[in-house]
Design a protein around this ligand. Sequence first.
Ligand SMILES: [Ca+2]
Length: 108
Amino acid sequence: MLVLRRLLVTVCVLLLGTSIASGQSDGSGKKDSVGRELSSDELEEYKKDFIDFDLNADGHIDAQEIRIAFKNDIHPRELYQFFFDVDQDDSGTVTMEEYIDYAITVEG
Ligand SMILES: [Ca+2]
């Protein structure tokens, strides 16, 4: 009985997820706890995050800026992994767009 309940819940979540993902977006960015639609609050938060990292405010986060932000308390492998995950065009730096895309997948 419990398993069935859990399955049903899972199916409901999946259905909700797909209908939101494939559903027509009205572009208003309405907040939904299940959906991946980004609220403007979240977007602002990610933007602020990005700006905190982007020390010289050139619109790109580079490895040096991340090292400084983490006060050198980041393993080179972690740094490499971060860029591997986030730097979609392999430019060696992270743009705000790339950062937000990444933040959405991690948080969602
Ligand atoms: Ca920068």
